[in-house]
Design a protein around this ligand. Structure first.
Ligand code: HEC
Ligand code: HEC
Ligand code: HEC
Ligand code: HEC
Length: 478
């Protein structure tokens, strides 16, 4: 993989955090197709009325259709236009980049079985509620002869159902625009990519793409996401000359910023929908900051508060806050990169938080209003040009007194470290900071990662100190 030294180091720090966050077990999986018989048998049992059968008139051709040795199945990434070893990266048995190929199989692991058992799911319930994110969950009528559910999150989950472009996308005269017209998802476009990833790395209204607090209480890990960093972790392409010619030069700051805006838009969209936003008399707790409720309480002579009030959230003392990790980031982005929209975004965000003290109807209206602001920012951020000092200004803003006091909670703090990490990598890839200089301040970033290794040991004051140290170290590189 053509990742920079900076990215590799980031990966190590990030993986440590992810490991701590959800103690994942790494297993060696059989090579593509081998052992599929057994798994297919399991899935037939689990998918109830949906037998795995080849259909005519299908649109999803399956991973095996991409796996030819003259296509994406090479063992070395030495293809002329694209690497052609994309399958190997996607299928890596132990690396983070192989997570998607393992996604279906993790459902069969102990933790997966425990979640399903605790929820009392039938095979059909499991298919309806879990497969949407852990597989390319195409309707049975859309599955071609080579399609296998147990391939997990396959190529077509991200690149789009391929029947319309499979045959033509490698023709000499084929163009990206033609492929897109034939149904290829334009993942080079930040908004399009963000929406694809968020479907599973946050949730969507599509079948089986929503994690509830009930699932989390049953053992599902919390979901953490940042578009630019996570894109790097699963990257299976090189940004070389011909890539830039075909698709333009990607910009990490843009990707990161649009990712924040789309995440806010997605969260508020789902929250505003009654079927997702509420659970009986309660709001759906998935949307709220997990650790605001999951904290120990102690009785004694002196009261002991385990939480801090947050200047960005005008809510009643002791109320669970909406998880605003992306809202905080987007505020910093708007202040620096879209100042004309900053005040209205900030006001809508405050109004959204305070609507939580009013009632469901008010919160719903405020969510819809905030979503509009986020979408407008997404548009502005994807169409503006970057360069200059964009990354430096945003990092500075994240560490500044305007933003830092809002890091009172674990989720927002994790998001902030990922931002600083990703923006430093952007400075390196733009040639604004040398690899050596970035390596020199790696220790500061790692201390910020250390401060969020686990929600149990998270202390806001210590975190803010570590973060400030990291952002000032980056500032000195300018
Ligand atoms: C909205 C999409 C979504 C839905 C729905 C969903 N998951 Fe997940 N699941 C994820 C993501 C994303 C991760 C990785 C979380 C992370 O580490 O950031 C994950 C992780 C897991 C893991 C841990 C895997 C590991 O590597 O340790 C298990 C087990 C799991 N899910 C089971 C389930 C089960 C069972 C269901 C249905 C009850 C389900 N999931 C529904 C998105 C989803
Ligand atoms: C999790 C989402 C995801 C999955 C799964 C995925 N890709 Fe990708 N892929 C991307 C993204 C994002 C890019 C980079 C953006 C772009 O250039 O389109 C990319 C880029 C590529 C490229 C380079 C495109 C170019 O123009 O240079 C190829 C080839 C590719 N993927 C093939 C595959 C194959 C084959 C599979 C299945 C083994 C696969 N991808 C699975 C998201 C995904
Ligand atoms: C169809 C659902 C789906 C889509 C779309 C999807 N992912 Fe994932 N992704 C998952 C699941 C489920 C896991 C966890 C699998 C596991 O634990 O083995 C995961 C894991 C990952 C991981 C490994 C880190 C971790 O937390 O386990 C990265 C990195 C990642 N995804 C990036 C992306 C990016 C970037 C995109 C968009 C280009 C994307 N994903 C799109 C479902 C999806
Ligand atoms: C408004 C308060 C609140 C919020 C916010 C909240 N939870 Fe919970 N959670 C509860 C309650 C109440 C239970 C029921 C079990 C209990 O009595 O502890 C619970 C149970 C759980 C359990 C099982 C605990 C156990 O001891 O077995 C887990 C795990 C969990 N929640 C995770 C999460 C995650 C992850 C989030 C954030 C996405 C979250 N919770 C957000 C109140 C909350």
């Amino acid at each position: 993989m053509g990742s920079s030294a900076g990215t590799r180091r980031a990966k190590t720090a990030f993986v440590a955090v992810v490991r701590a966050m959800s103690r994942r077990a790494v297993r060696v999986l059989p090579a593509l197709g081998i052992g599929a018989g057994i798994l297919a048998a399991i899935s037939i049992g689990l998918s109830g009325s949906e037998p795995l059968q080849a259909q005519s008139g299908y649109t999803f051709t399956g991973v095996a259709s991409c796996a030819g040795s003259t296509c994406h199945g090479r063992s070395e990434g030495n293809g002329a236009i694209v690497r052609q070893d994309e399958i190997a990266t996607w299928q890596s048995p132990s690396a983070v980049s192989g997570a998607h190929s393992r996604a279906f199989n993790v459902l069969q692991d102990r933790r997966g079985r425990q979640i399903v058992a605790s929820l009392g799911y039938s095979g059909q319930d499991e298919a309806e509620n879990c497969y949407g994110c852990h597989a390319t969950f195409a309707p049975v009528s859309q599955r071609g002869p080579k399609f296998q559910l147990d391939d997990g999150v396959g190529c077509e989950s991200c690149h789009g159902a391929s029947i319309g472009w499979l045959e033509s996308h490698y023709e000499i005269q084929g163009t990206h625009a033609n492929n897109v017209a034939n149904g290829l998802t334009p993942l080079d476009q930040p908004q399009a990519r963000a929406r694809v990833c968020l479907d599973c790395h946050y949730g969507s209204t599509e079948r089986g793409q929503f994690v509830t607090h009930a699932m989390m209480a049953a053992g599902h890990p919390r979901i953490t996401f940042e578009l630019d960093l996570f894109s790097a972790f699963q990257q299976h392409h090189d940004v070389d000359e011909d890539y830039v010619q075909r698709k333009g030069r990607p910009d990490s700051v843009r990707l990161w910023a649009v990712g924040q805006a789309e995440a806010v838009a997605r969260a508020t969209d789902l929250f505003a929908r009654p079927a997702y936003g509420t659970e009986g008399v309660f709001p759906q707790l998935y949307f709220y900051d997990c650790h605001s409720c999951h904290r120990p309480i102690t009785d004694g002579e002196e009261r002991r508060l385990t939480f801090e009030t947050n200047p960005g959230r005008p809510i009643t003392f002791g109320q669970p806050p909406f998880n605003d990790e992306n809202i905080i980031m987007l505020n910093a982005v708007a202040d620096t990169l879209a100042p004309g929209r900053a005040d209205s975004f900030r006001n809508s965000a405050r109004a959204f938080h305070s609507s939580m003290n009013q009632g469901r109807a008010e919160a719903q209206q405020a969510a819809i209003a905030l979503r509009q602001e986020a979408l407008a920012l997404s548009q502005a951020l994807s169409s503006r040009s970057y360069g200059g000092n964009a990354a430096f200004t945003v990092v500075e803003r994240i560490g500044s007194n305007a933003t830092a006091p809002r890091f009172t909670d674990y989720a927002g703090s994790v998001q902030a470290v990922m931002a600083v990490d990703t923006l430093l990598n952007a400075m390196v890839s733009d040639g604004r900071v040398t690899v050596g200089a970035a390596a020199g301040i790696r220790a500061s970033i790692n201390r910020a990662y250390d401060a969020v290794t686990s929600p149990e040991s998270y202390r806001p004051v210590a975190f803010r100190t570590a973060l400030r140290e990291a952002t000032s170290a980056i500032g000195r590189l300018q």
